[in-house]
Ligand binder design. Structure first.
Ligand code: 5GP
Ligand code: SF4
Ligand code: MG
Length: 464
């Protein structure tokens, strides 16, 4: 999911949030929503569909206010229905709160039980609504916004990057491991452009689009409280330990977003270079699977010296196939999405680079399409290691039995997707390319080493 937040009474906050969400569209394409606060009054619009389908000028006009939070969703818990769209708005004794969540809690069942016992009115089936209700419960017990929210966060286990609107300000929050990203930007507002305001966004691309400047990341275990008085920071947990999702860097986040001081494009280019060093092959051209495999393909080409070419043209208006819920839709999705260029591919030995193989359905179809287009050899190179374990922290990699590398060796996968050779990047290569401490990343979907312990029943639901 993508989350966004802004406080700027002198600006059209709904419109700025709309554009922020527009840039975060890749993080979720099922539903979108914006909540604005006009003093104590909250205005909310959320609907199934893309940001551009959910909003128009008239709807945005009906969302006046000083501050706004927004959300784009793809479901990892709760079904794909409008009641599960966000922001989740909940009433408290201090007024409404509107919460937008990216990530996944692992203690949903326990939290739900606790909240149901105290008679809370749950309308959706998402873990995100539970966080909102937990905050409301604490606030209604007499705590103020900050104390109440912090008490509620201590009841949550798992991944949560949040933007929360209240009548007095917005919060930006990350879980103690900072699994999902969240950044702070500043924007010059008002007629004279002299007023500095703060913006929250899942990724820096959400700042760029409204002309905001990247200030810094919200730290793991940090809460920032943005009000008319400015920004205040609270470290709400004793044990922050960064475990940023490495898949954000490899695949999920946009290549023009900045993480760790550089664009993810540069990181992905480096993954491709490492891949070429680890797994060279003799071939005529290197192509990438659009869009996510392209930077690594260029990196592979640079290091191997094999010319880079565009061999697959993508229909830019078809969403990421993995977001569509059924296998059947996924399979038709890929045909709608990529078209091979026969005159580029014909008679050539091809290296095709992609960022990941999850279920293997994309790869199998692509290889067939390349051969149909006249490729004489197809060598697949993957700029991440085999995905062997499901994610419990907010990336929808399905249950383990759906993951092709969970049960098959690389040789067996090569056979199944019908390539002449197949190689994945090593774990060391993936982590080394970050230039950071390998311990500061979650890479559980490649190792099964889950940094936040997952309760047994939850584990069993997804593990073979
Ligand atoms: P699959 O192997 O499941 O057919 O899909 C792999 C391809 O789709 C890659 O190109 C990758 O970019 C994208 N993809 C599909 N689903 C997922 C997912 O759940 N997680 C990640 N990281 N990538 C996915
Ligand atoms: Fe990211 Fe994989 Fe960890 Fe999930 S398990 S948070 S996808 S690295
Ligand atoms: Mg891809």
């Amino acid at each position: 999911c993508g989350v966004f937040g802004i406080l700027a009474p002198e600006e059209d906050v709904a419109k700025l949030t709309y554009f922020g969400l527009y840039a975060l569209q890749h993080r979720g394409q099922e539903s979108a929503g914006i909540a604005t606060f006009e003093g104590d009054r909250v205005h909310l619009h959320k609907e199934m569909g893309l940001v551009s389908q959910v909003f128009n000028e008239v709807i945005l006009k009906n969302l006046p206010g000083n501050l706004a939070v927004g959300h784009t969703r793809y479901s990892t818990t709760g079904s794909s229905r409008v009641v599960n769209a966000q922001p989740a708005v909940v009433e408290t004794r201090l007024g409404s709160l509107a919460l937008a969540h990216n990530g996944n809690l692992v203690n949903t069942a326990v939290l739900r039980e606790e909240l149901l016992e105290s008679n809370c009115n749950l309308v959706s089936t998402t873990d995100s609504e539970l966080i909102a209700h937990a905050i409301a419960e604490e606030v209604n017990a007499g705590y103020d916004w900050l104390e109440g929210a912090i008490r509620a966060f201590h009841r949550c286990r798992g991944a949560f990057s949040l933007t929360i609107g209240t009548p007095v300000g917005i919060m930006g929050v990350r879980d103690p491991n900072g699994i999902r990203p969240l950044v702070i930007g500043t924007i010059d507002t008002g007629e004279d452009g002299r007023t500095k305001r703060y913006v929250l966004s899942s990724e820096t691309c959400g700042l760029d689009i409204i002309g905001a400047e990247y200030l810094r990341d919200v730290e793991p275990g940090e809460l920032v409280w943005i009000t008319d008085a400015g920004l205040a920071s609270f470290h709400w947990t004793q044990q922050p330990k960064r475990k940023l999702c490495i898949f954000e860097m490899i695949y999920f986040a946009r290549p023009d977003s900045i993480m760790e001081g550089e664009s993810l494009y540069s990181y992905r280019l480096r993954l491709g270079r490492h891949l070429a060093e680890e797994s060279p092959i003799d071939a005529d051209i290197v192509i990438g699977v659009p869009d996510s495999g392209i930077p690594a393909a260029i990196g592979y080409s640079q290091t191997s010296g094999i010319p880079y070419a565009e061999g697959l043209i993508k229909n830019r208006y078809v969403g990421r196939t993995f977001i569509q819920p059924t296998q059947k839709m996924r399979e038709t999705g890929i045909r709608m999405k990529l078209n091979p260029l026969k005159d580029v591919l014909g008679g050539k030995r091809i290296v095709i680079v992609d960022d990941s193989i999850v279920r293997g359905t994309t790869s199998r179809k692509l290889v067939k399409a390349l051969r149909d287009a006249g490729a004489t050899e197809v060598h697949m190179r993957i700029s991440s290691p085999p995905v062997t374990h499901p994610c419990f922290y907010g990336i929808d990699t399905d249950s383990q039995d759906q993951l092709i590398a969970a049960t098959k060796s690389v040789a067996e996968i090569a056979k199944q997707i019908d390539v002449d050779s197949l190689a994945y990047l090593s774990r060391e290569g993936m982590l080394k390319a970050t230039g950071e401490d390998p311990q500061s990343f979650c890479s559980a979907c490649f190792t099964g080493d889950y940094p936040i312990s997952v309760p047994e029943p939850v584990k069993r639901s997804k593990l073979i």
